[in-house]
Design a protein around this ligand. Structure first.
Ligand code: 5AD
Ligand code: SF4
Length: 468
């Protein structure tokens, strides 16, 4: 009996604190969860701050400018914390993960000896092993090799840790498009799709843990072409439309979304899914980057503005209420006033529900960075301000168009105020309204009474689960 108690005490003492700082894209938010999952069996529990943590992971993103510099200055701040921890006789292991790790590799440890481990996005399943190696006095510390399939095999399965009612599921990784402004094809490698059966297993396990909405993730998610399930005697590969329809049959899953898509990979079958699969939410994130064919060509986007508009029209024909979202870059090398006006014109034609917009920033190693006709920062800022004013107007008017409508809302959490719940509309808008806590994790109808740029408010009108 005493022995059992002693054993239990040892387990408690073995608990270690893990602090992960995440930068950037949705893919990284997903990676954060996976890193936590894979480290949990080793006794690592999430901590809110780096102070005193046993393991600190900087989960970096390379998409924005000066990403590497930000990581180095964060490492400078961690150095005294590591020394302080060492003075208590316990080491703090510092790991740099994500796209900066992939791009900078060994250079990180050369410039910042405080770093114990550098790990690229393809090898998170090996984190426990790598960290063990660090503890065994400097084993293999740099590991950025690509072993995509093994990674998914190692991380898939019913043991995934789930907190909420919505979850991200990676179905595709990498990119073969090589847009001339972007680092992803270099840092994330070639396009690769996960087999349907593996995805089904993960989504079933999520549904069993209470997840109601899944967002299928991929750098080029609509290029998905995964091995057909074993149950499909014809074999071959399935596209995203087929995958969505198949996942919609899983009991408990009420809503399906996916992101991010490329205009070149728009297949009619996926568009058709918006017409005939009610669980596929009416929201499509389809980045175009520019409205000028000259700039699109120079960006190596392999589509024209007219082809993009054609896809939008097809989507609207399939699902008239679909919310369109996008990404725009202003000030790409060689962008004239006329090119920028073409972007403004395309935005007017599309009428976005929401859209991210960025000033072009040079990413070392990409073709865009070497182009000679770079645009003045002042011009970029002025164009971005004009574009954002138009996009804000469109977002506000899209949100206001919901007033008076009744929308099914998936409630995800308590709101900021007492008695308030917070959830999402089918169009991905945040919705706040008063309601009982039992509704968290359920879909209920809300009559929309107010709208701002970033959220809707309303009145709960049913307590029964509403159709999406
Ligand atoms: N400069 C500006 N924006 C960029 N993006 C990617 N790379 C750059 C860059 N070098 C934007 C694109 C992409 C989004 C994720 O980030 O709009 O769609
Ligand atoms: Fe980057 Fe273009 Fe690939 Fe998107 S499609 S990840 S912007 S290279």
């Amino acid at each position: 009996m005493t022995d059992i108690i002693r054993d239990a005490d040892t387990t408690t003492k073995d608990r270690k604190r893990l602090f992960i700082k995440t930068y950037g894209c949705q893919m990284n938010v997903y990676d954060l969860e996976r890193m936590r999952d894979v480290l949990a069996p080793l006794g690592y529990e999430p901590a809110d701050e780096p102070d005193g943590a046993d393991l600190v992971i900087l989960n970096t993103c390379h998409i924005r400018e000066k990403a590497a510099e930000k990581v180095y200055s964060e490492l400078g701040r961690l150095k005294p914390l590591k020394e302080e921890k060492a003075s208590t006789g316990k080491p703090m292991t510092i790991t740099v993960a994500g796209c900066v790790a992939q791009a900078e590799g060994a250079e990180i440890q050369r410039r910042a000896p405080v770093v114990d481990l550098v790990v690229g996005p393809q090898t998170y399943h090996k984190l426990p092993e790598l960290i063990a190696n660090v503890h065994r006095a400097r084993g293999e510390a740099l590991d950025t090799e690509f072993e995509v399939e093994e990674k998914f095999d190692a991380l898939a399965g019913p043991e995934r840790h789930v907190e909420g009612f919505t979850a991200f599921v990676t179905v595709q990784e990498g990119c073969d498009k090589f847009c001339t402004f972007c680092v992803v094809p270099y840092t994330r490698g070639a396009e690769w799709s996960r087999p349907v059966d593996q995805i089904v297993m993960e989504v079933r396990a999520l549904a069993a843990k209470g997840v109601r909405e899944v967002t299928l993730l991929g750098q080029n998610v609509n290029a998905y072409h995964g091995d057909a399930p074993k149950s499909d005697a014809t074999g071959g590969v399935w596209g995203l439309g087929q995958l969505v329809r198949h996942l919609a049959k899983i009991g408990g899953i009420e809503r399906i979304r996916f992101t991010t898509s490329h205009p070149k990979d728009m297949e009619d079958d996926l568009i058709q899914a918006f017409a005939d699969e009610p669980k596929l939410m009416p929201y499509f994130h389809l980045p175009v980057q520019s409205g000028s064919d000259k700039i699109l060509k120079s960006m190596n986007r392999s589509h024209t503005a007219a082809e993009y508009m054609e896809s939008i029209e097809k989507l609207r024909a399939a699902r008239p209420d679909i919310a369109i979202s996008g990404d725009m870059i202003v000030g790409f090398p060689g962008e004239t006033d006329a090119d920028f006006e073409a972007t403004m014109e395309l935005v007017r034609q599309v009428n976005y529900a929401s859209c991210f917009s960025f000033k072009y920033s040079k990413r070392p190693g990409t073709p865009g960075a070497a182009m000679f006709n770079q645009i003045d920062e002042g011009v970029k800022s002025e164009r971005l301000a004009r574009l954002q004013a138009l996009l804000s107007e469109q977002q506000v008017s899209f949100n206001r168009s919901m007033i008076g409508k009744t929308l099914p809302v998936l409630f995800e959490r308590e709101g900021r105020f007492e008695g308030q719940l917070s959830g999402r509309s089918p169009y991905l808008q945040a919705v706040h309204c008063e309601g009982p806590l039992e509704l968290i994790g359920q879909i209920a109808n809300v009559e929309i009474t107010g709208a701002s740029q970033n959220a809707l408010s309303g009145r709960l009108i049913t307590k029964e689960i509403a159709a999406a």
